[in-house]
Ligand binder design. Structure first.
Ligand SMILES: [Zn+2]
Length: 176
């Protein structure tokens, strides 16, 4: 698990519920690896490199990357993480005036089994997760007000490739 310790909310002293991970990613590591002109074999020892690469593989299985790959396979053109749009949507498809959020079921309050809230530390979790859901709603409303179609793909919808593909198709229509 990447960065568990680092992502803890200072106000929270309990343990993470089973099956959840903090919503942070090793962005700096990915950036380092993907920046052109960097040859990892030159700057890291084999041990260090293999450790880094295993973290990259772990990152590559995130729901967001599963969705990106599916869109790519389906030949949709998209951009990533638009800093300028409300809520920083994960994927932006300008031609379809559509943005897609890829949400973790736990952190964004999906109504599936994974979205169930922990029984302990209820006050803490309710406050934290309610805030996330509220922020999401505000972002959707602002995006819709500026003419964007807003789609949400839940983490649990990324496990079945065929189902994911039809979800994306119906979200985006036939045209590429
Ligand atoms: Zn879910």
């Amino acid at each position: 698990m990447v960065g568990t310790g680092l992502c803890r909310d200072p106000a929270f002293s309990g343990t993470w519920p089973t099956g959840t991970t903090p919503s942070c990613r090793s962005v700096s590591i990915r950036r380092t690896i993907s920046s052109p002109g960097h040859d990892l074999s030159d700057i890291y020892s084999p041990e260090r490199r293999s450790k880094l690469m295993s973290r990259v593989r772990a990152t590559d299985t995130t729901p967001e990357i599963v969705v990106r790959r599916a869109l790519h396979r389906m030949a949709y053109r998209f951009r990533l993480h638009s800093e300028h749009l409300p809520g920083r949507p994960d994927i932006v498809l300008p031609r379809h005036t559509t943005v897609i959020f890829v949400h973790g079921c736990f952190w964004h309050g999906h109504t599936c089994a994974k979205g169930r809230r922990p029984k302990s530390n209820q006050t803490f979790w309710d406050a934290k997760l309610d805030r996330n859901v509220e922020r999401d709603r505000e972002a959707y409303a602002q995006l819709a007000a500026s003419g964007w179609e807003v789609g949400v793909i839940w983490e649990c919808e990324t496990k079945d490739a065929d189902a994911l593909q039809s979800r994306l198709s119906s979200m985006l229509g036939g045209a590429r």
